[in-house]
Design a protein around this ligand. Structure first.
Ligand code: PLP
Length: 441
């Protein structure tokens, strides 16, 4: 390995390390008290780690999968300022489905909570980190989903990391869609239940796996309500039918559904008429519900009680900051009061989908605000996204390994905060760049 050659080819001293490598071993006060040979072994270990990391970084660059981050210098919204680009840019790649991230009432609620309840709790919930604001949000979210109780987490990633280990033991089985979100996969890895992965949205494969799991004590079917790369909706009715037939519970991750899917925006379970047949929901406060941060589980009260006692990301992580909690509460209250915002988002989604299809593009999914413009080739997706930015429209190309090989796309996300003119400008930019690259004629 090249880094080992590097180490042996040098008479290894502290000075033979680069400045950055030396900085990896700070603070050094303790180390400096060691013997010279212990010190050089320690530096050698750091230098080796550095070489391994740099090799890994080079592999990512060489594979063309390096994720660069554009720097936004304004608040989140349909129009943003981006460092290095002139003027306002139309933004079509946030999960700000309802445009609540910078909604004046949501922002104001955060400001007030900052004044009345402070910046943060400096504590986990069960020691001295639970405020009236947390209890109010938990109640409001439970009411929104029409479930018995709710527990908040710092993120939905944490909610997914904390659930399965608590609920399922070695005598149980978990049946998980193969394309479930990474946080579900990680959460399931932490539990000791028998793991059965079924093919993406394939009910017949799910049935086979449910039959296999009949000797287990409990069975839990786990699926994203909406899959974020394609905007496709899980066949929840069929899943609930099978779950009932084979004695299983149903869990859904509603990060890309809460607040806007279904007649009152309650989510995939409402959209498909199975609110009373889905048992546990995890979702996020970091997308449609104000977009700040936070996640939660809603479900039966005994489960939520048990999570408060045992769930590790809840027990061993700081309470959500009061301004974040207040912003989310106001967002959910707005949605409880009216479904007007959700309806306006649906109308704009259909405007975009129809115009793009008429122009000759292929858009995956059906009615969801995630609108993947299918292009196939990874390079084409990147080039087109770059050209769109030059026309003042911010979209992102997705390619392997985030999506399967040959299925590269530009993922467009519609927000209620977009105007019809914004949508039309985005479509026009797609037509211009699509023609340039021969995607449409
Ligand atoms: N689940 C799904 C389906 C998601 O898309 C995401 C976010 O990308 C998460 C969970 C994690 O949510 P959070 O950002 O609240 O950690």
């Amino acid at each position: 390995m090249p880094h080992l050659i590097y180490l042996t080819a040098h008479n290894f001293t502290v000075m033979s390390l680069g400045k950055a490598a030396r900085s990896l071993v700070t603070p050094v006060r303790g180390v400096l008290r060691c013997s010279a040979s212990a010190l050089s072994r320690s530096y050698a270990a750091v230098a080796e780690a550095r070489a391994v990391i740099e090799h890994e970084l080079e592999t990512i660059r060489a594979a063309g999968t390096w994720k660069a981050e554009r720097i936004i210098t304004s608040k989140q919204g349909p129009q943003i300022s981006v460092d290095g680009s002139r003027g306002n840019i139309l933004n079509f790649c946030a999960n700000n489905y309802l445009g609540l991230s910078s909604h004046p009432e949501v922002v104001q609620a955060g400001i007030e909570a900052l004044k009345t309840h402070g910046a943060g709790l400096s504590s986990v919930r069960f020691i001295c980190g639970t405020q009236d604001l947390h209890k109010k949000l938990e109640q409001t979210v439970a009411e929104f989903h029409q479930r018995e109780d709710c527990i908040l987490y710092a993120s939905c990633f944490d909610a997914n990391a904390g659930l399965f280990e608590v609920l399922l033991g070695p005598d149980d089985a978990v049946l998980s869609d193969e394309l479930n979100h990474a946080s579900i996969i990680d959460g399931i890895r932490l539990c000791r239940a028998k793991r059965l992965r079924y093919k993406h949205m394939d009910l017949s494969d799910l049935e086979t796996k449910l039959k296999e799991a009949q000797s287990s004590r409990m069975r839990l079917v786990v699926t994203d309500g909406v899959f974020s790369m394609d905007g496709d909706v899980a066949p929840l009715r069929g899943i609930c039918d099978l779950a009932e037939q084979y004695g299983a519970m149903v869990f859904i991750d509603e990060c890309h559904a809460t607040g806007f899917l279904g007649p009152r925006g309650r989510g995939t379970d409402e959209l498909l008429g199975v609110m009373d047949r889905v048992h546990i929901i995890n979702s996020t406060l970091g997308k449609a519900l104000g977009g700040a941060a936070g996640g939660y589980t809603v479900g039966p009260k005994p489960l939520i009680d048990l999570l408060r006692q045992r769930s590790r990301p809840y027990l061993f992580s700081n309470a959500l900051p009061p301004p974040v909690v207040a912003c989310a509460t106001r967002a959910v209250e707005l949605l409880l009061a009216s479904n007007e915002i959700a309806q306006s988002m649906t109308a704009k989604t259909m405007r975009f989908r129809n115009k793009m299809t008429q122009a000759g593009f292929t858009i995956a999914g059906s009615a969801h605000p995630i609108c993947p413009v299918m292009l196939g080739d990874a390079r084409l997706a990147t080039l087109m996204a770059d050209d769109m930015l030059k026309l003042g429209v911010y979209v992102i190309g997705f390619s392997y390994p985030v999506v399967p090989k040959g299925k590269a796309r530009i993922r467009v996300q519609i927000s209620a905060a977009h105007t019809d003119e914004d949508i039309d400008r985005c479509v026009d930019a797609f037509i211009q760049t699509g023609r340039k690259h021969g995607v449409i004629s």
